[in-house]
Each structure stands twice: as C-alpha cells, then as structure tokens.
Design a protein around this ligand. Structure first.
Ligand code: PMP
Length: 320
C-alpha cells in the first residue's frame, strides 16, 4: 500500500490483508477515479516465481491513470511492491497445474471531498489471491445488439473500474438468456466486433487468425499481443483489422469460421463454442479440431510457466 499526497508518492508499506478504512466521501466511490490491473504468478520446476510481462501491466496502469486524470505511478513502486509481496506469498504460488496466484494492483482517489474534481490524494494497493481456471468449458457468447461498452473519445482503452460497472447490466441480461459472455460491437453502427467483457476476441477464418485492431475503444490486452506474436512465430497468417458481424455470419455459412476464442490474463485462451447473433446461434467446430488456438494456447502456457524457451524475454523471474 502506498499513498500519494502533497504531489508525491509516500513510503510503501506491506500490511496484513484486511479492510481499508475510508471516509464516506472518498472521491473514488462517487466520481469513479479508480483503475486496476490483473496479473498471474506461476512457479516453475525450480520453485522460482514467474511473472508474465509485468512491465506491460505497469505501463497500462499508467495509461489508464492518465485517462482518469490520476498521477503517474513510478516503476520502482510497482515492481518492488510486486516482488516483495510475492516473496512473502511464495507458498501461495502454485506449481503449474492450471492454477495461479492472481495479483490485483489498483489505484483509486482518496480525497475526503464532495465535488467533481480530480482528487489530490490517491492510494495504490496490490493484493494477491489464489485462483483456478477462469472458465471451465467452451463459452456460449452473444453479440450485444443494443448497449455499447465504449465509444471513440471515451475511456474504453483504460482499465477503469467504471467501464466494468457499465457492462454489468448488458452482461447479466445475456446470462439470463443462457450465454456466458457478450461480445461488444462499435458504438456507431453496431457493425464491427470490439471485444468481450474481460477478453479480447479472435477468429480463424479460412486458416487466417483475425482480430480487431488496437484502438481507443478496446483494452490493449497483453494476452492478445502475446497470442498474436506466438501465432506469427509458428508461421500463421495474422490480420489485425476490423471484423464485421456480417463477415462472421458469411464465413460461418460458408463453413469457413473455423475457430473463435477470447484472450485474457484471467481467462488465458478461452474457446468459444457458440456465437449468438440476431436470434440465431452459430455453432462452431469442435474445440479438438482447432489447430491455431490449441497450438498457441499450449505454447503460451509453456512460456508463462517456464517450460519453453522465453525467446521474447517475457518472463520476469523471482528466485527465492
Ligand atoms: N479486455 C478487457 C475489457 C479486459 O478486462 C481484459 C482483461 N484485463 C482484456 C481485454 C484482456 O487483457 P489482458 O490480456 O491484458 O489480461
């Protein structure tokens, strides 16, 4: 835990897990200055703790903070905080069996003040929590026909708490109809695929791996970038471009929509079994037949857990 006040980050301290005491006027609760990250730690065969691309999470936290008019966090506070905490929590970092220690860094506004203005004080906190696999089964997703998550000029590219709050109602409505997740479309025409609730989305159409490009309206996923890089390494054709809903429907009709999946730190590579659109379910080929996502997911898992060569220097190792 570290406080920002009088224009400076103060001395970080490690506290036992417990409640934070907050004023009812705490600025973040009312005006939403709250940003976060999600990471996972694994343990390799030697018992070293491995973090996957933690500097990318650090950079994204500051990108989110900037959008929400919050101060920049210095790199050493983030990295030293992670390292210190993980050394203390080492017993909770599981060996590589599908589980991980989840890490939640976050920053929020702490001014005890009613009035819409950027807070002058903030708290940056990291806590950890053991987790199992996020989704146990291939997902049924539905393309959201009405609500939008993000529009150009908005804060969609930030990992800001409010983005998730605004997504809960549409997601709940889809879940009531039997779908696990929804897929957002663009705010202007509801025509192009954006991303899912906690994942970027990718498709294999006619042997090519296709995903919407990085933009101001989707979160720039670290898993997304890693999957695309590994797919290119493995020799697959990768296209980062707009994907329309019509293209998916046409490809499905022609038998060319071979794979669909989501990517995210929590979900890793989550297979999509069914995509619902406009009153109909598009069922996709069986997960076992999906060459690209299965190969890339296996490769990514190996790199993250130290069982494959780390050719891109993605792994941050903490030797105990
Ligand atoms: N999009 C959203 C909205 C998310 O919450 C996440 C999870 N952080 C992602 C995409 C995937 O990002 P990453 O691969 O960095 O976890």
């Amino acid at each position: 835990v570290v406080d920002y006040k009088d224009g400076e980050w103060q001395q970080p301290e490690i506290l036992p897990y417990g409640n934070l005491a907050l004023s009812p006027a705490t600025s973040a609760i009312h005006y939403g200055q709250s940003v976060f990250e999600g990471m996972k730690a694994y343990k390799d065969a030697n018992g070293d703790i491995l973090l996957f691309r933690p500097l990318e999470n650090y950079k994204r936290l500051n990108i989110s903070a900037e959008r929400m008019c919050m101060p920049e966090l210095p790199e050493d506070i983030f990295m030293q905080g992670l390292e210190q905490l993980l050394r203390m929590d080492a017993a909770w970092v599981p060996p590589t069996d599908g589980c991980a220690l989840y890490i939640r860094p976050f920053m929020f506004a702490t001014d005890d003040f009613i009035g819409v203005r950027p807070s002058s004080s903030y708290k940056f906190v990291i806590f950890t929590c053991p987790v199992g696999a996020y989704y146990g089964q291939p997902l049924k997703v539905a393309i959201e026909p009405k609500y939008v998550r993000s529009a150009e000029g908005g804060a969609g590219y930030a990992k800001a708490a409010g983005n998730y709050g605004a997504a809960l109602l549409p997601a709940r409505k889809m879940q009531e109809k039997g779908y696990h997740q929804l897929i957002w479309t663009d705010a202007k025409e509801h025509k192009f695929i954006e991303e899912s609730g906690t994942m970027n989305v990718m498709f294999v159409i006619d042997g090519k791996l296709i995903t919407p490009p990085v933009s101001t309206t989707i979160l720039k996923g670290i898993t997304r970038d890693s999957v695309l890089t590994l797919a290119r390494d493995l020799g697959y054709t990768v296209e980062e471009r707009k994907v329309s809903v019509d293209e998916l429907v046409e490809a499905h009709k022609a038998g060319k929509l071979q794979e669909a999946f989501g990517t995210g730190t929590a979900a890793t590579v989550a297979q999509i079994a069914t995509i619902h659109y406009n009153g109909a379910d598009m069922d996709l080929p069986a997960v076992e037949t999906r060459e690209i996502s299965n190969r890339v997911a296996a490769e990514l898992e190996k790199v993250k857990t130290g069982r494959a060569a780390d050719t891109h220097n993605w792994v941050y190792r903490i030797s105990l």
